[in-house]
Design a protein around this ligand. Structure first.
Ligand code: AMP
Ligand code: GLY
Length: 428
């Protein structure tokens, strides 16, 4: 089988890393890829939003299956475009991907199907939104409707902050078109967890649980980022809670989408808040998470190409998906200044020495080869990942590996996986 992976981040490096181990895969391509991916797949310089360029490449190379990493091509309709051309692809069609592309759509969808989520109101104009803020009172969560690279969500601690957020999104259009509508949402309290499933539209195969670390500094301080690290499993999401999430959230979501003429196939990511009243949906993603994928796929035993192939053919029920009973931890190394303006072009050393460590894989995200030298090229630069028997071992391996890597201005959180460690300490 010839496979193309679309994307260029740590998530796509993890996808390519896992697919490259498959005996079924005779050729692996990535568009556009990154220097880490180059060692495992042939990288081709086609942008993720160039749907025609991607389709033409797939036809020319007679690629059997395409796998989409990021949300952009999904929301542009790459799945519809490929299927019309008779090309096999894993991912939801545009209308189904709307559950990620529009928070207003996903909120009203959840209300229609009685899927547990925070109560919210949708506004197009600033004045009624501000009136509602005064009436409701803080704290509350202000969200831009559309895609804003994880930055369109503002947790307002007081009314002034909420009003400021309205001004930023609706009046000053800080997120462009994504801010044509806002949601004013009740603040939920509890522990967050990520729950992802593979689905071909009929069969649902849950992945192992994971937890992201969104804030830039230790102890969840500082602004939100794309994700500073992750671990799997997330012990807070117990077996009983996972069954509840499948029953009350995942199944009704997929059934509801199908009933509304938006049949879903691909990866469904549910961002959860585990509240005292039970799990509630914070957000849907129509794709794998980054960096959740790095910790999930390092625990996958089954051939990922077999899973994707079965998904694209609608026979996922024929695959038995197995996971390693291990712990995986990924800490993201970021560039100075991230998540605001960050530095690029700083030489990176020590990756080879880091990867000597047992169970360690270093996934590239924002890196670039400049005259043969590896340099930083993004906010999230590397995702240092390690599998271990327990949280302590996985964490030790990750931070030992990180101590060998250097670039100017390098930052990482030191507490990745600590929550998992604390949750399991008594039971180990
Ligand atoms: P979202 O993109 O909607 O997942 O929001 C990004 C982050 O904002 C989430 O991972 C949460 O940490 C936080 N968040 C979003 N909505 C809420 C809410 N209703 N209550 C509390 N925190 C929230
Ligand atoms: N790690 C969160 C996301 O991928 O959206």
């Amino acid at each position: 089988m010839k496979i193309l992976v679309i994307g260029s981040g740590g998530r796509e490096h993890a996808l390519v890393w896992k697919l490259s181990q498959s005996p079924r895969v005779e050729a692996l391509f990535c568009a556009p890829g990154n220097p880490g991916i180059t060692r495992l797949a042939r990288c081709v310089p086609i942008k993720t939003d160039d749907l025609e360029g991607l389709a033409a490449f797939v036809k020319r190379k007679a690629i059997d299956l395409t796998v989409v990493g990021p949300e952009l091509p999904l929301t542009l309709g790459i799945v519809d475009r490929f299927r019309e051309a008779g090309l096999r692809i894993v991912g939801p069609p545009q209308k189904a991907a709307e559950i990620e592309a529009s928070k207003a759509f996903s909120k009203t969808f959840m209300e229609r199907h009685r899927i547990p989520t925070a109560r919210a109101r949708i506004f197009h104009e600033p004045e009624p939104a501000i009136l509602y803020i005064k009436e409701h009172g803080a704290p509350m969560v202000v969200k831009a409707d559309g895609l804003a690279a994880g930055k369109g969500v503002i947790i307002a601690q007081d009314e002034a902050e909420a009003v400021q957020a309205i001004d930023l999104i609706l009046r000053r259009k800080a997120f462009g078109e994504a801010g044509n509508r806002v949601l004013l949402e009740d603040l939920l309290e509890g522990e967050e967890a990520s729950f992802l499933v593979f689905t071909d539209g009929k069969t649902i195969v849950p992945m192992v649980t994971s937890q992201d670390h969104k804030r830039v500094f230790d102890q969840d301080r500082g602004p939100n980022t794309g994700g500073m690290g992750a671990y799997s499993p997330a012990p807070v999401l117990t077996e009983a809670l996972q069954q509840q999430v499948l029953r009350e959230i995942v199944r009704p979501t997929l059934d509801g989408l199908a009933r509304e003429g938006r049949p879903y196939q691909g990866i469904l990511y549910v961002g959860l808040m585990l509240t005292p009243e039970g799990p509630k949906v914070l957000e849907y993603n129509a794709r794998f998470g980054d960096p959740e994928t790095q910790v999930i796929l390092t625990r996958l035993e089954t051939d990922l190409a077999e899973i994707f192939d079965a998904m694209a053919s609608g026979v996922l029920d024929r695959v038995r998906v197995r996971w390693r009973p291990a712990v995986s931890v990924c800490a993201v190394l970021t560039a100075k200044g991230y998540p605001a303006t960050y530095e690029t072009g700083r030489p990176i050393t020590g990756i080879d020495r880091a990867e000597v460590g047992e169970g360690v894989v270093v996934f590239h995200a924002g890196t670039q080869l400049l005259d043969g030298e590896l340099v930083t090229a993004g906010g999230r630069v590397l995702g240092v990942t390690a599998v271990g028997d327990d949280f302590q071992q996985a964490r030790e391996r990750v931070y030992e590996a990180i101590s060998r890597i250097r670039f100017e201005g390098m930052h990482c959180r030191m507490d990745i996986g600590l929550k998992g460690l604390k949750a399991t300490e008594g039971s180990a």
